[in-house]
Design a protein. Structure first.
Ligand SMILES: [Zn+2]
Lengths: 184, 87
């Protein structure tokens, strides 16, 4: 069963909806390694091609595929592990369940970029960080995977950190968010 | 903050990278190499003042190793190229 170490936390919000921090619901996360023909085979199974353009993602109705490196992807959601393993068969590649390794957080609202800028050195201007953006990077002292979802009444950012860093990330975001009116 | 151009991710902050020392160092053939060749392989580096070819890894990003030519005087990166590209 999937668990979430931050699930007991209530979302924190700033007045007026400019910023909202919440734990993401627990979801399946798979780390894919593939090259050449296997990239296409995995894409067929997922019903969406694996993104080959760096820092992008692809989506279908229930699965998102994030580019992590030229031969590495993160699959979010869906019930696809068995099908991917079948597709792998005796081919060269890997399907690794990292659902419990990575813990997800969601930042909603236009101030999400400003909050991240307190601890992340990427170019976080909303125009530089397009919808669909995906990359590993750092936030304060933690490694994270940063992903911008399609806009939903405003920008939506997903962060995934290592499980042992989840408390640290949660409290760092709450503390840095005070400046932007984030209150529990 | 110094920006380093990753061949896959583009311009990224220096803090996301780790240096792997001098590039293009070949391991000697164990069948024929003498002590001098091993000592050279293990311990001796060119240490130039000026252009230096180095290996770098984008640890907090795509995780890829690549080669870079860096000026050791100005700390400017002159060029980056992938592991499978010629020097
Ligand atoms: Zn990179």
């Amino acid at each position: 069963m999937l668990t979430h170490p931050l699930a007991h936390h209530q979302p924190a919000e700033a007045e007026g909806g400019a910023l909202r921090l919440a734990p993401l619901p627990a979801m399946t996360k798979l780390d894919l390694r593939a090259r050449d023909a296997m990239v296409e085979r995995f894409g067929d199974v997922l019903d969406t091609a694996l993104p080959t353009v760096p820092l992008t993602s692809t989506h279908n109705h229930d699965v998102s595929v994030l580019w992590l490196g030229p031969d590495q992807w993160l699959v979010l959601g869906g019930d696809v592990q068995a099908k991917l393993e079948d597709a792998l068969a005796d081919g060269f590649g890997a399907v690794t369940d990292v659902s419990q390794q990575l813990v997800g957080l969601e930042l909603r609202g236009p101030l999400g970029f400003d909050l991240l800028a307190c601890g992340c050195r990427l170019d976080l201007h909303p125009k530089a960080l397009n919808e669909g953006f995906a990359s590993r990077t750092g936030l304060a002292k933690a490694d994270i995977i940063l992903h911008r979802r399609p806009d939903d009444g405003g920008p939506v950012l997903w962060l995934f950190g290592r499980r042992s860093f989840s408390d640290y990330l949660w409290h760092w975001l709450l503390t840095a968010g005070r400046e932007f009116g984030l209150r529990r | 903050m110094l920006l380093i151009h990753c061949p896959w991710c583009g311009e990224r902050p220096e803090s996301e990278f780790r240096s792997g020392g001098e590039a293009h160092i070949r391991r000697p053939d164990p069948a024929n190499a003498g002590d001098a060749a091993w000592a050279d392989y293990l311990y001796y580096r060119t240490n130039p003042k000026g252009a230096h070819v180095e290996r770098w890894v984008h640890t907090q990003g795509c995780g890829r190793w690549f080669n870079a030519e860096r000026d050791t005087v100005s700390d400017q990166f002159q060029r980056v190229y992938r592991m499978d590209e010629p020097r």
